[in-house]
Design a protein around this ligand. Sequence first.
Ligand code: PLP
Length: 325
Amino acid sequence: MSTHLSEEDARNADILIWIDGRLTPRAEATVSVYDSGFLLGDGMWEGLRLYEGYWAFIDEHLDRLFGSCFAVGIDIGLDRAGVKAALEATRQANGMHDGAHARLMVTRGIKDKPFQHPSLSRSGATLVIIMEHSAARPADARGTALVTVPQVRGTPMAQDAKYNSHSKLNCVLACLQAERAGGDEALMLDPHGFVNTTNACNFFIVRRGQIWTSTGDYCMNGVTRQKVIDLCREHGIPVFERNYSLFDASTADEAFLTGTFGAQTPVATLDGLRLGRARERASADEAPPVLPGPVTTHVRALYREALAEDRARQRLRSNGRGTDR
Ligand SMILES: Cc1ncc(COP(=O)(O)O)c(C=O)c1O
C-alpha cells in the first residue's frame, strides 16, 4: 500500500492537463517521444496540494523548482507569476477547490536527436501540470509498514537527492525492494549506514518526547520536512537533525513520514517490528498502539494551523495584487 494512495475519484478520468499552454483532455494528453523527460528523465517536478483554493506553501515549492532548474540550466520559459497563472488556469478549468493534487513537471524539452547532450534540446522547456482530485487517504489506523532496503540515497556527487528530478530510478529501486519484502515503502539509509529517508517521503522518529530526523545531507529538502522542523522549534518541541541508526528507529516511540501529498503519515512497523513497543514486553494478543501517536497528532495539528496561516497570507497577497496567488 503506497503512501500516495487517495480515494478513487471517477472525475479524474476527464481532467484537463496543461501542456505548454494548452489544456488537453487526459486521454489525449501526450508529450513527444523526443522529450528530454521521456528520453532521459531530464527534468524537475513539484508535487503540490490544494487546500481551500490555495496551493500549500507555494512559494517554498517554487523556490525549489526554480532553484533546481537554474542549477541544471533548464529555462522554464515562464517567471514565477507565469507558473502560478498556469496552475490557476488548470485549477479553474478543472473546477477544483480542495482535496486536489498537482504534479507540475518541467523538462529540458524536445530534443533534435534521441541522445543525451543537453544542447540537443533546442525548442525550450516542456511544462506539464497533471491536476487530480485527490482526497488524501492516509493509512492512519493501519499505519505504514516500512522495510529497510539495500538501496541507499547516495552522495551529492553521484546524484544530489535535493534535485526532485524526473529520474527517480534510485527511489523506484528502493520501492521495489521494499515491496518484494512485503513493505509499503522503503526506508533508505545514507552512505554511512545512518537512517536517512524513504523512497518518496522524509522520515521522522519520536523518542522520549524528542523528534529526530536525518541530518538532511542525503535526502530531499522536503518542504513538509522543513515546516515540521520549523514548527517544532517555534512551539518548543525538541527537534534534532542528526545521525541515528536503525537501533534508534526500531526502538522509537513513534515515527511518521512527511510529504506534501500526505502531510504526516504515521508509521506502524519497521522491518516487521511494531514501533512504540520497545519499552514493554511484547505480547501477541495485545492491541497495537493507536495511530497516529500523541506527538505525531500534535505535529499534525500544528501543521494544519500553519497551512491556514499560509492560506491567509496568500489571500492577503492576492487581494492586494489581483490575480497573483
Ligand atoms: C524522495 C522524496 N522525498 C521527500 C519528498 C517530500 O517532499 P515535500 O515535503 O516537499 O513534498 C518527496 C516529494 O517530492 C520526494 O520525492
